[in-house]
Design a protein around this ligand. Sequence first.
Ligand SMILES: Cc1cc2nc3c(=O)[nH]c(=O)nc-3n(C[C@H](O)[C@H](O)[C@H](O)COP(=O)(O)OP(=O)(O)OC[C@H]3O[C@@H](n4cnc5c(N)ncnc54)[C@H](O)[C@@H]3O)c2cc1C
Length: 436
Amino acid sequence: MKIVIVGGGAGGLELATALGRKLGRKKKAEIVLIDRNQTHIWKPLLHEVASGSLDADLDAVSYRAHAHKNHYEFKLGTLGAVERDRKVILLDAFVDEEGEEILPQREEHYDYLVLAIGSVSNDFGVEGVAQNCIFLDSPTQARRFHQRLVDRFIRLNLELTEGKADRKLRVAIIGAGATGVELSAELYKAQEWFSSYGLGNITPEHMQVSLIEAGPRLLPALNDRISSGAHQELVKLGVSVRVNTAIVSAEPRRLITKEGEEIPADLMVWAAGVKAPEFLTGIEGLENNRANQILVEPTLQAKGDPDIFALGDCAGCPITTPDGQQRWVPPRAQSAHQMASTIEHNLCAIIKGKSLAEFQYKDLGSLVSLSQYTAFGRLMGGLARGGLSLEGKVARMAYVSLYRMHQVAIYGWSRTAVVALADKINHFIRPRFKLH
Ligand SMILES: Cc1cc2nc3c(=O)[nH]c(=O)nc-3n(C[C@H](O)[C@H](O)[C@H](O)COP(=O)(O)OP(=O)(O)OC[C@H]3O[C@@H](n4cnc5c(N)ncnc54)[C@H](O)[C@@H]3O)c2cc1C
């Protein structure tokens, strides 16, 4: 039996690891993981890659090396189409940065297919966003933002040296969900580090971060307490928080609001929501919701094809909230993690001829980190029955532990302990910020 998982992200890599160890090692099934990148970075860290507080080159997991250790096969490729009648997926030709073809267009046969390709930013059709704003959907985009940030800081420092005291770096972030809020704080930390690493003319007053939200408050998915706590902390840092402000167009170096106001910006980041990739709506016989997600049964098998599973941001899985409302499982790392566990269980059950389990989403709470300044959160379930609010260092520790849990899923406990130790050592011997 051949199980093909497309997308080695928060959910897909955990699933490939678990199935490789359980089935691949004993040759009970052939496990193939396909990703368009050669390395894995846990997506919730992308804003740290963008600011420079995380060096993606140090933290990335090489799929090939990881596959070798965990008894699955890795293939580099970008999923272009699924032909369900032939049980085949089509991978686009792989070209390098110079446009040279490295791998031709290929086909990959599957017995069971798991779609785990995540999501992309949703620009909601707002004019000029695709051309003028940066998205944080992939490590490449996060690195690109970081490079621009470094270049702008270097130029700003020179301008201030030349006596142009009125110069500022203006960054506009559209969307005050976790990504926008966390990135805003990270940018002030970046400014502090760049100032101490030789660009000493730049002070917090030379940076203007505008966080723009169409709704009435920050972090709309989280409770009022976390939202207002984060709001106050960001204002203290110097962020200009603008709620009830809808952007209707993005132009080079400026945004236009619904009321016709211009917001000038040197860098513009669009973080106003996500949707599943468009091409998922073209798989014949499968159904999609408005966010392009593949609709799934409670077993996480696609509606219309029991041999295809979907997980994480690209899966449309309905849930009923405790107050009786119908919602989709939210696009979060904990959802992808939980779905990966259910699919692992169900694929093993198929091999053993047992019945499949239904997915139960457990909201374990939310944590938002404002760089190294502070963090806010609420934990649910377990000891925190009814919810436990966290703030400051404890919340920050809980936030860091989420990544450690992902590392445990892909490395195991002992290697994660070694990686954590290596991180501590790097903390002392390497610059605290990526400076190039
Ligand atoms: C900056 C940022 C901060 C976030 N913070 C949090 C947080 O604090 N907590 C939280 O719960 N969630 C957070 N999220 C959301 C979380 O990252 C996602 O919900 C989660 O990563 C989804 O997991 P996934 O496995 O569905 O997809 P992903 O982790 O996005 O993985 C998708 C994988 O598919 C690959 N891929 C995509 N398209 C193709 C293709 N066509 N062919 C082959 N491979 C493909 C990608 O390279 C990637 O490896 C954050 C997201 C961002 C961007």
